[in-house]
Write a protein that binds this ligand. Sequence first.
Ligand code: ZN
Length: 511
Amino acid sequence: MSSSSRHIKIFDTTLRDGEQSPGCSMNQKEKVAVAQQLERLNVDIIEAGFAIASPGDFASIQAIAQAVKTPIICSLARAKKADIQAAADSLALAKRKRIHTFIATSPVHMQYKLMMTPDQVVDTAAEAVRLAKSFVADVEFSCEDAGRSDWDFLVRVVTAAIQAGATTINIPDTVGYQLPDGDRGFGALIAYLMDRVPGIDAVDLSVHCHDDLGLATANALAGVRAGASQIECTINGIGERAGNTPLEEIVMALQVRSDDLGVHTSIHTPEIMAASRLVTRITGSVVQPNKAIVGANAFAHEAGIHQHGMLKNRDTYEIMTAESVGRVDSTLVLGKHSGRHAFIDKLKALNIQASDADITRAFERFKRVCDVKKQLTDRDIEALVMDEQDQGATALVLNTVAVVTGNGPKPSATVSLFQEDREWVGTETGEGSVDAIYNTVDALVGETFDLVDYVIHSVTGGTDAIAEVTVRLQENGQIFVGRGAALDVLVASAKAYINAINQLRDNRDRT
Ligand SMILES: [Zn+2]
């Protein structure tokens, strides 16, 4: 990179904005795993959660603050005393910390949501920043719904926030309404603030764009061109409604077109694919196949003429390599003759953290799977280990499942479940094989559940691929995600359902 190249900070909000979106909730262990992967990606800032939202959120921020050392850990707070106090408390153990406080600045939000006058909003914002500043040196202030706020009013609020001590000013297009270009576009808004806010050069100006019109990445780029020095984004673009700017897209756009943009980030891009897969697995939110950078087809060259060109010179149709975003299975494939040592080495190479008990169970599974499937790829091994961790020590465990199905009589399933030392066995029918299994499990546990989603994906190609199933159950507006992995789709389906029931019951016990 040339010396004139500007550094753009990457602020990841997968664990806050992303986690808030429907069906993407994560437990503490999962959040820590994502935060550790974000550290490997080398993001500058991790927004770890909204401390006052719940005791669970608070505890997760604390756990992340202890587990992660390099990135700054950020905790979100409304412009309220109790929120800011909670954010500060949650960060007590963080090595590097930031409080992010916000208030809405658009006419519709001020009038109907806050019921405050513009003057009151300016005073409240400045007060909130001063209070946050009394706890930490690094304070970010956001104007919620900036995309629909009056520009001169934004200049006023932002000026007040900087005078109160804010070190980063974030301009969110909260409802994804902005266009990147044009006199009233998002780039023009950032340029307007760069021009008119006193002291803006001494702080970071940040953009936070939503994808309601599919323009989040384009708007973030326009912001960078106009002078923004921080981008807020999420892995796979998860987030409220249509989601946020996807980290993988904006980072690779800045890298591949650094010639034109004159900027760089600190992201270690070969960790992108691992981050994408981890977030997919944890949230069960599958990435569309044609998604830029991380979709299954993003680097597939199908058309004959393209393949012909690629064979002659990869530059014909390739603007970046698959390796640069970590899309390569290592050539070291494990099989029947691999020992426990090789297996553990592989887990280390894949950055998979697991307890000794998890590893022992996973290794036994691995040996059994090798009898059926000759070679296991990195992804297969990842799925198996994660599966053993997921089932964990929780209450219900699948023992056996057998299904009778076909195009004749109604399918029926016989399921055996363990709970501690007891075993339950039952048989029920259903409209299909999975329905029969789930009806049987319901009968055994004595209740029915509200199943809102069921997704199968194969880990690698072929009919002997390991199947991963994600199931979502709903209770009192809360979503519980269950996962299961197995060589057989029906076994994976049973495991995922039982895993979701365990999560739901675990939550009942805690509340
Ligand atoms: Zn947002």
